[in-house]
Design a protein around this ligand. Structure first.
Ligand SMILES: NC(=O)c1ccc[n+]([C@@H]2O[C@H](COP(=O)([O-])OP(=O)(O)OC[C@H]3O[C@@H](n4cnc5c(N)ncnc54)[C@H](OP(=O)(O)O)[C@@H]3O)[C@@H](O)[C@H]2O)c1
Length: 315
């Protein structure tokens, strides 16, 4: 494994982390039980992965992760979780007491006294200002009490196509980390967000490097055909069949492998989450991310096709 310093947190993190949400929700949606997740977490640690992300909103993900990490020396891993600043994710901004309750519940479920990073979960652009006015003082107070060491914020992937929320947060300069929706068919964070993170030394956590489109070939074909028919990408930019198959050659063994290599190569990148609960996939992903990057000409071709597509095609 390779390690990087996660921006101003100073934390030394593996370039691949485990994501406890997404389509699998740490195996809750794919039938991997607690025993399977225990094995996944053990294998991850054996491979040198030390970063684990979860959220209060990911079903039982915090409980499962807490159980899998139980008994390990706390300094052996970096733990990040989140609270939802809006009711049911999309509704009104919650009350400060709701944040306190969510943080206390997360610590209990994770079976720890403190997490390393507490993140505002999926803040929408139109709610950012109200969220900060209402909740920031409480978050600061909880930090002072030692409930967490650093504060991060995540954008939504799918509801904030223009990536409008994170630039507001980065300008405020209060956050230690930013979780960014970035992948090789949604590379638009390269325009503003990633350079801003680099400039301000904010630790970048990449989510959705693979997600659905880059892990399900039929779905990818449908997504890209639709993008062509809507004029988002040029008709002749990619073949109809196996549209990204040209990326899989030499040391690039699969599309997910290409996807991890792509995001990891950005100089702003701290750690890239893999939301898999499948040990074989995790091994493949970790091998890809530490291996050589994509050839320059392939990266250029990806940027020429997708560089200005603001819709989250990779969802
Ligand atoms: N707003 C937010 O805060 C937010 C939003 C989204 C995600 N996140 C965080 O970011 C993490 C990562 O995002 P994500 O889980 O949505 O996306 P992801 O990790 O890019 O993709 C996960 C999907 O890819 C599949 N996959 C992974 N490696 C594979 C491989 N080698 N071969 C085939 N399939 C593979 C997984 O299925 P298998 O289990 O079968 O491998 C799963 O369906 C989440 O778990 C969560 O922690 C945060």
């Amino acid at each position: 494994m390779e390690y990087r310093i996660l921006g101003r947190t100073g934390l030394k993190v593996s370039i691949m982390g485990i994501g406890g949400g997404g389509p699998t929700q740490l195996g809750q949606k794919t039938g991997v039980g607690q025993v399977g997740v225990n094995a996944l977490v053990r294998r991850a640690l054996d491979m040198g992965i030390n970063f684990f992300d979860t959220a209060a909103a990911y079903g039982e993900s915090e409980v499962i992760l807490g159980e899998a990490l139980k008994g390990l020396p706390r300094e052996n891993y970096v733990l990040a979780t989140k609270f939802h600043p809006a009711k049911k994710g999309k509704g009104d901004v919650v009350r400060p007491d709701d944040v306190i309750a969510s943080v206390e519940r997360s610590l209990k479920r994770l079976q720890v006294e403190q997490v390393d990073i507490m993140q505002f979960h999926g803040v929408r652009p139109n709610q950012y200002v109200e969220t900060m006015e209402k909740l920031w003082p409480t978050v600061e107070q909880l930090k002072t009490q030692g409930k967490f060491r650093f504060v991060g914020i995540s954008e939504t992937y799918g509801d904030d196509n223009k990536h409008e929320m994170l630039p507001m947060a980065l300008k405020d300069d209060l956050f230690d980390t930013a979780m960014v929706g970035y992948n090789m068919i949604s590379p638009t964070p390269e325009h503003v967000i990633l350079p801003m993170c680099e400039e301000r030394n904010v630790g970048v956590i990449c989510m959705v490097a693979v997600r659905r489109a880059l892990s399900r070939p039929d779905y990818l074909k449908t997504q890209l055909a639709s993008a062509k028919s809507r004029g988002l990408i040029a008709e002749d930019s990619l073949p109809e069949d196996d549209p990204l198959g040209w990326l899989v050659r030499d040391h690039v063994t699969s599309l997910p492998a290409a996807a991890y290599k792509f995001v990891n190569a950005h100089p702003a990148m701290g750690t890239t989450l893999s939301g898999t609960a499948n040990i074989d996939h995790l091994e493949e992903n970790a091998k890809a991310i530490v291996g050589p990057p994509l050839p320059v000409e392939d990266v250029e071709r990806l940027r020429s096709v997708f560089g200005n597509v603001w819709e989250p095609l990779g969802n």
